[in-house]
Design a protein around this ligand. Structure first.
Ligand code: FE2
Length: 272
């Protein structure tokens, strides 16, 4: 049994004043941390699937590190399209891990180790592409092979990354926000892990997502900063500010993956 908290897209600014369409990112991230601390159990680890900050800036990562240090368990971060890996490495505290793509300083690709790593084969992948290419993701061959090489087919496998892998049925998102080789990657993992593939967990959409494809669970958690529209015919992504504070509680057992979605009311000055 493994208890995991999944958060994403905190979008910290360089100081406490950054607002995103009227929502204060710092206050909302503080409320997120307070809500996780108030849970009546301590998770084995917490995964943050990227966009820790709104713009890569050492001051924003310093603020994020200060707030997220209050989380009650080791944290694993994935790279978002708004993130900078060298700054993340310098500023954020990660749980025990084994880097599996060490050839690149700009790539956060690793396996979760420590006691959690004894129970699942958990991989964090880095789908970031140069910002000039847009907000979609792509997984390089070295990362894919590094993950496939480490899947033994004897333990539950969980994949965490910023970008969703497969279409979600919303035009703009499907054209702009996915991992462009995501489906091929999913199929390769399925081939190696078989029935042990226990879920693919992402952020980026600023929208809670449950998707089932080819026998695989995809679960996405929304952003505490703001939500995005995801209607079938959307030709752009609309911001929906003033939403609740979201996080997911994922439980991995021998037989099941269970995801409980939290959606808590936010009010200015929520106690930390
Ligand atoms: Fe984001």
């Amino acid at each position: 049994m493994l208890e995991v908290i999944h958060v994403s897209d905190t979008h910290f600014g360089p100081d406490r004043s950054l607002t995103i369409r009227g929502a204060n990112a710092f206050e909302r991230a503080e409320a997120l941390v307070a809500a996780i601390r108030a849970l009546p159990f301590v998770p084995d680890f917490i995964v943050h699937t990227g966009d820790v900050v709104n713009d890569p800036d050492p001051a924003a990562y310093a603020l994020a590190a200060e707030v997220l240090a209050d989380l009650p368990a080791p944290v694993y971060y994935a790279t978002g399209n708004h993130d900078d890996v060298p700054m993340m490495r310098r500023t954020l505290a990660f749980g025990e891990l084994e880097s599996i793509a060490p050839e690149s300083e700009d790539c956060l690709c690793y396996r979760i180790t420590g006691s959690a790593g004894d129970k699942i084969e958990g991989f964090i992948l880095d789908g970031k592409v140069p910002p000039s290419e847009g907000p979609h993701g792509y997984l390089g061959e070295a990362q894919i092979n590094a993950v496939l090489d480490r899947i033994t087919g004897t333990k539950p496998v969980a994949i965490f990354l910023h970008y969703p892998l497969v279409p979600i049925g919303s035009k703009w998102i499907d054209e702009h926000l996915l991992v462009t080789n995501g489906l091929a990657f999913q199929r390769a993992v399925m081939e190696k892990a078989g029935g042990y593939l226990r879920g693919i967990f992402s952020g980026h959409l600023h929208r809670g997502l449950t998707l089932y494809r080819d026998g695989v669970l995809h679960s996405g958690v929304s952003s505490p900063a703001c939500e995005f529209s995801a209607a079938p015919g959307d030709t752009s992504c609309e911001f929906i500010p003033g939403g609740p504070i979201p996080f997911h509680h994922i439980t991995f057992t021998k037989d099941a993956t269970m995801v409980k979605a939290y959606s808590l009311p936010f009010s200015t000055g929520s106690p930390r």
